[in-house]
Design a protein around this ligand. Structure first.
Ligand code: PAF
Length: 292
């Protein structure tokens, strides 16, 4: 099996990718912040299905953490991640340090912002987060210049913003979303699950259960979405889970859903112990409505 290369420097990375492109290799890219779990590795699998070369980056991006958030405690497990990626068949790991990505402080640099959609949902409590994400992803896209890139659907708003950024800025990169990977309990895999104790991890499954129950009520015909959101929040709070939001939105533009919306997504963010957890579930009513 060919060995995975690890590169920390962007000009060396560009040269390696140039060599591949000169012999018509198709390059897929999976950007991550490391502490890889099965969810990330499925992104690598999906990348592999669409390309002949798979590049993964590990970069804990300071620009997407606000003061007081968990950048210092964010789990960093480069050696273990590197072994997992090599085993999964990635071709190249790009693991730059902050000075390689940002020549000066991120706040002094040009930013990329998707207006409006960066400040709703998770952007309400984390107003600088998505600008940090879209800026670093734009920079990484310019460094790697892949044919396609794969992101997880767990971060639904992030995936949505990246697709819009790519369209608005004409990046010649195809964006693919990969299904959320869950524990048997339903809890979505996330690097931040490592902040949970064993008991909290079990408890955290209530988040996805509340989304499933809300989705079931919609499928049964309930269209009072505000009431459904309130019920889900109450259920989670009664379970001792601090709720940031539960919101029923249109899948195609993330605007609030109404009774006529056929493709919906229910998104939620909660706090449990030291972990902020997000999740979502999609509901497709097009078949149901056509049958009525
Ligand atoms: O989803 C993540 O891990 C990060 O937000 C990303 C896309 C790698 C940008 O830093």
């Amino acid at each position: 099996m060919p060995r995975m290369q690890t590169i920390k420097n962007k000009s060396m990375l560009r040269a390696a990718i140039q060599r591949w492109k000169s012999v018509d290799e198709i390059v897929a890219y999976v950007p991550t912040m490391g502490n890889l779990h099965e969810g990330h590795l499925r992104l690598v699998d999906m990348a592999r299905q669409h390309a002949s070369k798979v590049v993964v980056s590990i970069f804990v991006n300071p620009a997407q953490f606000a003061a007081g958030e968990d950048i210092d405690s964010y789990p960093r497990t480069l050696e273990q991640d590197s072994a997992l990626l090599a085993e999964r068949g990635a071709d190249l790991l790009f693991a730059p340090d902050a000075a390689e990505v940002y020549d000066s402080k991120p706040e002094a640099q040009t930013r990329v912002e998707v207006p409006g959609l960066s400040t709703i949902l998770c952007g309400k409590s984390r107003p600088t987060h998505f600008v940090g994400v879209t800026t670093v992803v734009a920079k990484l896209f310019n460094i790697v210049q892949p044919h396609l890139a794969v992101f997880g659907e767990k971060d639904f708003q992030q995936l949505f913003l990246i697709k819009k950024m790519v369209k608005d800025l004409d990046f010649p990169i195809k964006i693919l979303g990969a299904e959320t990977v869950r524990e048997a309990s339903g809890l979505a895999l996330s690097s931040r699950n490592s902040y949970l104790s064993v008991a909290q991890r079990e408890h955290a499954a209530r988040l996805f259960q509340s989304l499933q129950q809300t989705a079931a009520r919609i499928i049964e015909g309930e269209r009072d979405y505000q009431k459904l959101e309130e019920n889900a929040i109450k259920m989670l709070e009664n379970d001792g889970i601090e709720v940031e939001y539960v919101s029923i939105r249109r899948n195609d533009d993330l605007h609030l859903a109404d009774a006529g919306t056929t493709e919906l997504v229910i998104l939620a963010a909660v706090k449990l112990g030291k972990a902020r957890l997000i999740d979502n579930i999609r509901v497709d009513l097009s078949g149901t409505i056509k049958q009525l």
